[in-house]
Design a protein around this ligand. Structure first.
Ligand code: CA
Ligand code: CA
Length: 176
């Protein structure tokens, strides 16, 4: 991908992390994302899955801050995101999977419980999850449908995790 496209995608990813749109990523954005997922899937914050989502969001924020918050002010600016997070996560996608997994695992469990079952997440639930996390409707549908390779309408957790990892590390299909 050329540098203009790379910059555009990076800006879009930054915007999807910056849930409240105030120009930097901080802990509030991660709890806002958790709250939005709970609201989308009619799940209370008090239940086990809700608690797991919030602690996953906190771990995700701590991991992000550890990688990208160079000046330690508890805010990740766009510049810190581009030089810190995106580059390092591209160099080391396993590290991304590690910091995001508890959050995404809890989000997937919530989506599966509301609409799917033990096997995984339905294409519809995965679309809703991508929407809540900042993808537009058309792109969310396209990404979720592509993941259901055998066409049975169910996406496994590991497929969903990889899709989100690819999405967040910028190399993935366009979702904005
Ligand atoms: Ca923010
Ligand atoms: Ca900072």
């Amino acid at each position: 991908m050329d540098s203009a496209e790379y910059e555009r995608k990076t800006a879009a990813r930054f915007a999807s992390f910056d849930q409240d749109g105030n120009g930097y990523i901080d802990r509030e954005d991660f709890s806002a994302a958790a709250a939005a997922i709970l609201a989308e899937f009619d799940t209370t914050a008090r239940c086990d899955k809700g608690q797991a989502l919030y602690s996953g969001a906190e771990a995700f924020w701590q991991g992000m801050a550890g990688i990208a918050d160079v000046d330690g002010d508890q805010r990740v600016t766009r510049g810190e995101f581009v030089t810190g997070a995106v580059k390092r996560l591209r160099d080391n996608p396993e590290r991304f999977a590690e910091i995001a997994r508890p959050f995404l695992h809890a989000a997937i469990e919530i989506a599966a419980a509301s609409d799917g079952g033990d096997e995984g997440v339905t294409v519809g639930a995965a679309t809703r999850l991508l929407r809540v996390l900042g993808a537009d409707q058309e792109a969310a549908e396209r990404v979720a449908t592509a993941l259901d390779a055998d066409g049975d309408g169910i996406i496994t957790e590991s497929e969903t995790l990889s899709a989100f990892a690819v999405y967040y590390t910028v190399d993935g299909p366009d979702t904005q």
